[in-house]
Write a protein that binds this ligand. Structure first.
Ligand code: 5GP
Ligand code: ZN
Length: 123
């Protein structure tokens, strides 16, 4: 879509620090990180927000969610899911949706925040 910054990042016409790319998704570091690890998982297809999704997007949304722990692991903030809140690590996932949801970029993206605990609650 014309004039969409995340479409341009996905297409590589605007630079970003990419941490993952496949045929459907791209993930890159947030330009204004709110945590020691802060990246965005974005579909290459332009979808304006979570509120614009329907059943046809189920697989894509599932793929975005499943990519979060995998990349978190690679970027040093994974969590060993065999525990029950013990152990170390972990991350936070977030979709901002619409004006009251704090969405600023209207191309759906999943925030992943990781790092030591005190920053939690931001965003
Ligand atoms: P939202 O509030 O829409 O959920 O968050 C949009 C996020 O995109 C913000 O955290 C912001 O820092 C990030 N962002 C906005 N423009 C750019 C950009 O050009 N490059 C990168 N890497 N991140 C961006
Ligand atoms: Zn877009």
């Amino acid at each position: 879509m014309d004039n969409c910054i995340f479409c341009k990042i996905a297409a590589g016409t605007i630079p970003s620090k990419k941490v993952y790319e496949d045929e459907e998704l791209v993930a890159f570091n947030d330009i204004n990180p709110a945590a020691p690890v802060h990246f965005l998982i974005v579909p290459k297809q332009h979808i304006s927000s979570l509120a614009a999704c329907n059943e046809s997007h189920e697989a894509l949304l599932g793929k975005m969610m499943l990519l979060a722990p995998r990349l978190a692991q690679q970027l040093g903030c994974g969590y060993d899911a065999s525990g029950n809140g013990d152990g170390k690590g972990g991350f936070k996932t977030l979709f901002n949706t619409g004006p009251d949801g704090g969405q600023e970029v209207y191309h759906i993206h999943l925030h992943v925040f990781g790092g030591p605990h005190p920053w939690y609650g931001k965003k």
